[in-house]
Design a protein around this ligand. Sequence first.
Ligand code: FPP
Length: 278
Amino acid sequence: MKPPICRVTRAIVLVRADALPRHIAIIMDGNGRWAQRHGLPRTEGHREGSEAVRQVVRASRRLGVAGLTLYAFSEQNWQRPIGEVHALMELFREFLISERQEVLRTGIRVRAIGRLQRLPVALRQTLDQLVRDTAHCTGMTLQLAVSYGGREEIVDAARRLALRVADGSLKPDDLDESCFDAELPSTGAGPVDLLIRTGGERRISNFLLWSAAYAELHFSNTLWPEFNENDLYEAIASYQARERRFGLVAPVSDEIANAKGSDTTDKDDARISTAGLL
Ligand code: FPP
C-alpha cells in the first residue's frame, strides 16, 4: 500500500522569547512587482502592502519587540511618477488615521524620521499629531521612515554639529560617536539588531546607515504584500541562530550586546573582549 501523501506547505516557526531582537528594521520591497503579477496598478501593490504593515506591527508588538522601524518612503522615492507619490502619501495618511485607535489602545509610541518638512501638509499634521499623542507611551516604538535617507540623516546631523562647533558650544576634539548618537533621530529606537529586506534584492539602500552598523541582515524573497507574521518569525528565528560577535572572537551575551549598542569604540571592544573571556 502506498504511504499517504502528506504535504506541509508552511511550518509554524518557533522563536525564543528570551532572545528577541530589541530593534527590527524592515525594507518593505516588492509592492510594485506584486501588483504587476496580479495585473494591477502599482498603487494597489502599495495598498496591499499596508495590510502587511498592519500584520507585522501587531505581531511585533505581541511578541514584545521593543522597536520596529519601517522604511516607508526614501528620499530617492520622490523621483517616482507623481501619481504614485501622491497615492503613497494618501495611503500613509489613511493608515495613520485608521490605526490611531489601536495604536493608542496598545500603547505604541510612534516616531517619524526623515526630511519630514518635504511631506504634504495634511500628512505632516496627521503624523505630528499621532507622534505627539503617543509620546508618553511605553509600549513598542514604531518608527516610520518617510522621506528618509541614511546619508541625508548623517549629513543633516553633521551640519547641526558643525553649527555648534562654529558657535563655540562644542569643541572639535569633543566630537565623538556619542555626539552623532544624540543628534541622529533614528537612534531613538536604539541600535538595529535585525534588518529585514523583502522582495529578493540584497542591499540596504541607504537605510539606517548608522544604527544598523552591527545589525544582522535577513533577506527574504517574499514580496512585501505577501510578507506575514510567519515570515517575521522566520526572520527572527534566523537571527536567533546567529552568533553576534561585534568584531570579537567569543560570543557576546545579550546583556553586553544591548549595553553596547551603536556606541562602538576600540575602548569598548577591549572591555567586551575582557568580559567575554571571564
Ligand atoms: C517598495 O516597493 C515600497 C515602497 C517604496 C513603499 C512602501 C510602502 C508601503 C509598504 C505601503 C504602506 C506603508 C505604510 C507605512 C502604511 P516597490 O514599489 O519599489 O516594489 P518593486 O521593487 O516591486 O517595484
